[in-house]
Design a protein around this ligand. Structure first.
Ligand code: DAT
Length: 175
């Protein structure tokens, strides 16, 4: 699917759990009227997984089923896709890839408040520490469409949403 077949852009919002993907995507969807797709929720609702991973305490998503489920919506354009992984979507799906980042002291509190503990907590903190999602995004998409945004405080959320809203308004299909 060529980018220029879309009338509205597709944005991927990615980052380690707790970096603010859901909060940012919801506010951005309100501001732009784009459709928000939370992949984690979709996986649960439609059973797009291969069971439960006890070690990582999460569903093992079926990437092919997720891509099949999203294909038609993505083709229409106008989507904000929110997921803590980004290397399995087709590269041509997105016009902008946003990687949210949070300082470790902040993400530790956010994830423990969410009930993460043990290896799930430390794995995610390490993932953020080593900028795994930023590296994954850079390896998976053209460099010029990947942007990292800090998401440490409430002001960061409003600034990020405002910047992304401006980006959406100035986006023009290449067709
Ligand atoms: P994610 O979807 O990346 O897992 P979330 O949007 O559910 O993250 O946010 C996790 C929690 O942290 C939630 O209670 C809202 C809060 N939060 C997220 N981003 C924040 C920010 N930049 N400043 C303050 N709180 C934030």
């Amino acid at each position: 699917m060529a980018q220029n077949s879309r009338k509205k852009p597709n944005i991927l919002v990615t980052g380690t759990p707790g970096t603010g993907k859901t909060t940012t995507s919801s506010l951005l969807a309100d501001a732009t009227q784009l459709r928000r797709i939370n992949v984690g929720e979709l996986v649960k609702e439609k059973n797009l997984h291969q069971g439960w991973d006890d070690e990582f305490d999460c569903h093992v998503i079926d990437e092919d089923l997720v891509c099949d489920e999203l294909e038609d919506l993505v083709e229409e354009g106008g989507n904000i896709v929110d997921y803590h992984g980004c290397d399995f979507f087709p590269e041509c799906w997105f016009d902008h890839v946003v990687v949210l980042q949070t300082d470790n002291s902040v993400s530790y509190d956010r994830l423990s408040n969410r009930g993460y503990m043990g290896s799930k907590l430390t794995n995610n903190i390490e993932c953020e520490n080593f900028q795994v999602l930023l590296e994954e995004a850079k390896a998976s998409y053209p460099e010029e469409i990947v942007v990292a945004m800090q998401s440490n405080c409430v002001d960061d959320i409003s600034n990020n949403v405002a910047t992304l809203t401006d980006w959406v308004r100035s986006w023009h299909s290449a067709s």
